[in-house]
Design a binder for this molecule. Structure first.
Ligand code: NAD
Length: 253
């Protein structure tokens, strides 16, 4: 009997995480969705996946709460074993993240620490906890940003946190390569979600400016990022590791 393929997507209650969970479910993965606060939203995503004929369940995780990560991993593994008879996981998508758009003179120490705890420390310790439960062929996909390639005022700390995630991606690809685990990142351009107060979805002026600076002439949609994540999780890209793939419609070339 072939065991189900299991994917874990952090922050999957909305936005890119939700779209990624759906894209993986459409490709036959059983999906574990993590959410931090909004269980009802996460349950809504589970319902949508079941309507597609897929399988999923939600589990709470605050990725910035490092002390909880090993316990979370134990709970997760017990549940995928119970529900799907799976002995481990195949794919981890480190999607959960926060933005900070504040200049040198505005950012606070608390904001700095929260940003790095969520965008860097969380993915590092979660990858460590779950890589132990991945077999040969496992994959980790980290969600970075196009802002690591081009700079603008007020994005320094957010971009620095994602640059750190990109560096982790390459180093962990080397460390996990001997176990057959691939580690890559997707760097989305501006995408219409709740991110940054929903600005890329709701602020018509900002959308127009961003569209004008993009080769394909518009802001991205969550499904367009999700399909790229799913491609990295698929066997078609099995010889790709340690890469940063930008999915931005050609933003700020
Ligand atoms: P979003 O704000 O809609 O979603 C972020 C998700 O992360 C939410 O589910 C939120 O609950 C979760 N999250 C935040 N802090 C968390 C924590 N401590 N523990 C657990 N979950 C937490 O935004 P989005 O656009 O869907 O963002 C997803 C990822 O994509 C983020 O890493 C973001 O940096 C990145 N990104 C977004 C864009 C964009 O334009 N939308 C562009 C580049 C990169």
């Amino acid at each position: 009997m072939e065991l189900p393929r299991v994917a874990v997507v952090t922050g999957a209650n909305r936005g890119l995480g939700r779209a990624t969970a759906m894209a993986l479910a459409r490709r036959g993965f059983c999906v574990v969705l993590t959410y931090r606060g909004d269980r009802l939203e996460a349950e809504g995503v589970v319902r949508s996946i079941r309507e597609l004929g897929g399988e999923a369940f939600p589990i709470r995780l605050d990725v910035a709460d490092t002390a909880s990560i090993d316990r979370f991993a134990d709970e997760l593994l017990a549940e995928v074993g119970r529900r799907w008879s799976a002995g481990g996981i195949d794919v981890l998508v480190n999607n959960a993240g926060i933005g900070l758009f504040a200049g040198l003179h505005e950012a606070t120490v608390e904001q700095f620490d929260a940003l790095f705890a969520t965008n860097v420390r969380g993915p590092f310790f979660l990858t460590r906890a779950l890589a132990r439960r991945m077999g040969d062929g496992g994959r980790v996909v980290n969600i970075s940003t196009s802002l690591t390639r081009h700079v603008s005022a007020g994005t320094s700390l957010y971009a620095a946190s994602k640059s750190a995630l990109e560096t982790l991606t390459r180093s962990l690809a080397v460390e996990l390569g001997p176990s057959g685990i691939r580690v890559n990142c997707i760097a989305p351009g501006p995408t219409a979600t709740d991110f940054n107060g929903g600005a890329m979805r709701d602020d018509a002026n900002l959308r127009e400016t961003l569209a004008g600076a993009t080769a394909l002439g518009r802001v991205g949609e969550p499904e367009e990022i999700a399909d790229a994540v799913a491609a990295l999780a698929s066997g078609d890209l099995r010889w790709v590791t340690a890469e940063r793939i930008e999915v931005s419609g050609g933003s700020l070339l």
